[in-house]
Design a protein around this ligand. Structure first.
Ligand code: FES
Length: 172
């Protein structure tokens, strides 16, 4: 084989190698390390991840009023908006269908609405000052949800609340 043919083959192989290298860099980007990679390699703190964590901890500006939290407590309603004898239905923090109501003596309570007999939704009856199930007539007292008359013997689930100024808060 002549030396000219050998030179041509070497030149062709070099050109193909150059094209493959150029294409690989174009697809994968630069092989230079980023500043973050350099910091990680040298053990320096990463400022970028710290600022991301701060942004994630910022509370949402679009949170609905009923889900605003005050130190582990959730605002359910305003006391001034509650009318004696009218129940305010809401979802408790654990997903229970619940009722918030003000009695004739201005006390505020929250109980599960789910009747412990067969699961119908109970209502607050101001004239009788008790909760009544429309399905089979079970009756519950307002304070603790204890049974006044059957067919069930199990009390309604109590939802823990507290009053803070004009807010009624569910304690979670
Ligand atoms: Fe309430 Fe039967 S479901 S009394």
């Amino acid at each position: 084989m002549s030396s000219r043919r050998i030179l041509l083959k070497i030149g062709a192989i070099s050109a193909v190698s150059f094209i493959i290298t150029a294409c690989t860099k174009a697809v994968s980007g630069t092989s230079e390390p980023t500043s973050q990679e350099t910091k990680e390699a040298t053990g320096q703190p990463n400022d970028e991840s710290t600022s991301e964590a701060v942004v994630e901890d910022t509370p949402s500006q679009n949170a609905p009023e009923e889900t605003q939290s005050q130190g582990g407590e959730v605002v359910i309603a305003q006391v001034s908006a509650l009318v004696a004898g009218e129940g305010f239905n809401f979802k408790a923090n654990d997903g229970t269908d619940a009722i918030l109501f003000k009695t004739s003596d201005e006390k505020v309570y929250a109980l599960s609405r789910i009747c412990t007999h067969q699961g119908c939704s109970v209502n607050f009856d101001l004239s009788q000052n008790k909760l009544v199930c429309p399905c089979h007539g079970a009756e519950y007292e307002t304070g603790q949800g204890n049974v006044l008359s059957g067919p069930t013997e199990k009390a309604l689930k109590k939802i823990n609340i507290k009053i803070d100024g004009d807010n009624v808060l569910e304690v979670v």
